[in-house]
Design a protein around this ligand. Sequence first.
Ligand code: OAD
Length: 237
Amino acid sequence: MATIDSVRESIAGADSLVVLTGAGVSAESGVPTFRGTDGLWRKHNATELATPEAFEKDPLLVWEWYAWRRDLIRGVSPNPGHHAIVELEKRAKEFSLITQNVDGLHSMAGSINVVEMHGSIWKVRCTACGVESVDREVFGELPPRCACGGLLRPGVVWFGESLDADVIGKAFGAAKGASVMLVVGTSSVVQPAASLGAVARDAGAYVVEINIEETPMHGVADAHLTGRAGEVLPALL
Ligand code: OAD
């Protein structure tokens, strides 16, 4: 069985460390996860809020939901898990952080090489002219409009949408080149992120899952550390 000590040693000897994160990493900051007991998808219907069809049908409803999440995330801070990942990056020979989170907390903590697979809740994109910008402001009126008059949409990836090709390339490239991969706080059910652990393992990486519960990564990862990201990650330093 893997111990914190053995995983710490593997990380220290790694030529390339890759960390893949999900909502569980931000849970201790107070950002709700999607699928846990208090998960967002337990109370809200994803198809009515996080699909292109939902936005087309009712942009105001979708924006009210994103404005609510933006307000919530605006009030939270990175936790010891985010900070430990920053430190892992500083110490690693080569490092990539791939996150499914849209909250921006990794960058706020100081992580540098971050691939945001599902976009950012702080980005907006015009559905008419296509211009993308970062906007942390509270919107006066919903749904917000671009300077060109077009409807703005959140700069996140919705269900049924393809990920940016460049993002896919970076994420899978990092996974294939990893000597150690930490898969932290994700239910590993949403593709393509859910495949990255297996891709890394098949390319020879030592894959370690850090989670409070068992996930489909159970049969994939070489090692499992059961516990909260905000406690296990700092213990790996
Ligand atoms: P989920 O909500 O599906 O899973 C969160 C995972 O974090 C679960 O496996 C929990 O057991 C674990 N967890 C909770 N608290 C933790 C803690 N303190 N420490 C460690 N683990 C903890 O979130 P994701 O896997 O990130 O996509 O979800 C993937 C995608 O599904 C999201 O990016 C989002 C969502 O629908 C889109 O919106 C496109």
